[in-house]
Ligand binder design. Structure first.
Ligand code: ADP
Length: 186
């Protein structure tokens, strides 16, 4: 079974739901930069204060900030004896992907598979509107999709070139999608 995984896909594709489910059932560390940032915002930390307005606009917080978050969690896990992990929402641009590659090299670890969750824009927007999070109003959603197209989508070619990409159709029930993901992970 592959146990060092990235989840890639547009906002609303269901990465968080599937990642949480998979991490629990397989005992992997689930690292969601979105959840971690929302935790910082809720706790009112300096980091959260820096991130809050950027997230509300649907833009990406600084690479340095998310890199520091991911580095500290992965180092912690490695020091505690290692294990599998699942990154959800990171990397979100090529600079972050390069930074991740360098960090993993330091830790002597490798990405084993990148699960790409694919879904039509119309369905994405409907799902995000139904979710109703603070950054889920229609104009911010459109902007997040644009940011995804410009900054995150190049990672599809990036990981395809590295032979790591596994596309999964993200339409249907949560259970049906979970089965498709389980099939590609082995
Ligand atoms: P979604 O999956 O709906 O796009 P996330 O919970 O992953 O939402 O992220 C919410 C917001 O948190 C993003 O719009 C962005 O502002 C910020 N964020 C999360 N991960 C990153 C990252 N890797 N780099 C920069 N910003 C991030």
């Amino acid at each position: 079974m592959k146990q060092r995984l990235l989840f890639l896909g547009p906002p609303g594709a269901g990465k968080g739901t599937q990642a949480q489910h998979l991490a629990e059932s397989r005992g992997l560390l689930h690292l969601s930069t979105g959840d971690l940032l929302r935790g910082e915002v809720a706790a009112g930390t300096p980091l959260g204060q820096e991130a809050e307005a950027v997230m509300a606009r649907g833009e990406l917080v600084s690479d340095a900030l998310v890199r520091a978050i991911v580095r500290s969690r992965l180092e912690q896990q490695a020091q505690a004896g290692g294990g599998g992990w699942l990154l959800d929402g990171f990397p979100r641009n090529v600079a972050q992907a390069d930074a991740l590659a360098a960090l993993l090299q330091e830790l002597g670890q490798q990405i084993e598979l990148v699960v790409l969750m694919e879904l039509d824009d119309a369905v994405l927007v409907q799902r995000l509107l139904a979710r109703g999070r603070a950054d889920d109003n229609e104009s911010v959603i459109r902007h997040r999709l644009e940011v995804y197209r410009q900054q995150t989508e190049p990672l599809i070619a990036y990981y395809r070139e590295r032979d790591l990409l596994a596309p999964v159709e993200a339409a249907g029930s949560v259970d049906a999608i979970a089965e498709r993901i389980a099939a590609v992970i082995g």
